[in-house]
Design a protein around this ligand. Structure first.
Ligand SMILES: NC(=O)c1ccc[n+]([C@@H]2O[C@H](COP(=O)([O-])OP(=O)(O)OC[C@H]3O[C@@H](n4cnc5c(N)ncnc54)[C@H](OP(=O)(O)O)[C@@H]3O)[C@@H](O)[C@H]2O)c1
Length: 265
């Protein structure tokens, strides 16, 4: 399927590894010029060089912490200076600690909300005025299926994700008439470094080994397997493209129909 993304400009946050990296790779291979962000500049530069070499597209690394407004604005300005426009925004910079209510500290709750929710708010707020001027744009927030299903070991993610879904619906309402499409993609477990860390923490809290934690995760998914980041990237790229011109304000799961919490009673 031709996604018609050649010469579009995409900004992807949280893209030195994991889902963001695969989204950047996929969009670059579809012909987008790409700007990627993450905190660690060395890892980010390395990823940018690898994606550029693999795809032949222009890939710009802009290191920044998406939990800080000044960094977000600086990265957006750098993208505009480099390419003059941003057609596609994909937010992936998020991480939320797992744990039980009695263990989670105020700091952990705030850390989750400040990045996974407010980081997405800040990025959209910074990019949207430019998309409004252009009269077009596609925004895809990579959120997570915990925004809709209860999961008492993943509450900090769940709360931030639920806030993201409401935020995305609201801005879809506001900016749709200005030519900006907004959708969310909601993975269950995806095979990334972040998932590996969650599996380890889950195993520790359940008193099992990591292989058993993985078995339980797979057992919670009717398709019986963890999603690959490339699969998420394919969905994001479709939503970012004009092929999805009528898909707007949608919250799309990509989780093998996982409806159960990871924790078993
Ligand atoms: N993997 C899953 O199972 C899963 C499931 C549902 C939803 N999600 C969501 O999908 C998104 C991506 O997850 P992932 O598994 O791909 O994570 P990952 O493998 O840990 O990668 C996270 C990326 O974000 C960057 N990042 C982290 N904190 C940042 C910050 N404060 N500012 C800027 N960049 C930051 C990281 O680089 P630096 O560390 O250098 O900053 C890295 O490039 C997250 O929002 C996550 O909540 C993941």
């Amino acid at each position: 399927m031709d996604l018609n993304l050649v010469n579009k400009v995409a900004l992807i946050t949280g893209a030195s590894k994991g889902i963001g990296r695969e989204v950047a790779t996929r969009l670059a291979s579809e012909g987008c010029d790409v700007v990627i962000t993450a905190r660690n500049p060395e890892a980010l530069e390395k990823t940018a060089a690898e994606i550029a070499a693999a795809t032949g597209s222009k890939v710009v690394a802009q290191a920044g912490d998406m939990s800080r407004s000044a960094d977000v604005d600086r990265c957006v300005e750098a993208a505009l200076e480099e390419f003059g426009r941003i057609d596609v925004l994909v937010t992936c910079a998020g991480s939320s600690p797992g744990g039980l209510l009695e263990e989670l500290t105020d700091e952990q709750w705030m850390e989750s909300l400040n990045l996974k929710f407010m980081g997405y708010v800040r990025t959209v707020r910074s990019v949207v005025p430019h998309m409004v001027k252009q009269g077009s744009g596609a925004i895809v927030l990579v959120v997570g299926n915990d925004g809709l299903k209860p999961s008492y070991w993943e509450m900090t993610a769940g709360a931030a994700n639920a806030a993201d879904l409401n935020f995305a619906s609201s801005i879809a309402d506001q900016y749709g008439p200005k030519g900006i499409r907004v959708n969310t993609v909601n993975p269950g477990p995806v095979d990334t470094e972040r998932w590996d860390g969650l599996e380890k923490a889950f195993a520790r809290d359940m008193g099992v080994d990591q292989a058993e934690a993985r078995r339980r995760a797979e057992a919670s998914i009717p398709l019986g397997r963890i999603t690959q980041p490339q699969e998420v990237a394919a969905l994001v790229s479709f939503l970012a493209s004009d092929v999805a011109a009528s898909v707007h304000g949608a919250h799309i799961p990509i989780d093998g129909a996982q409806r159960k919490s990871l924790m078993e009673r």
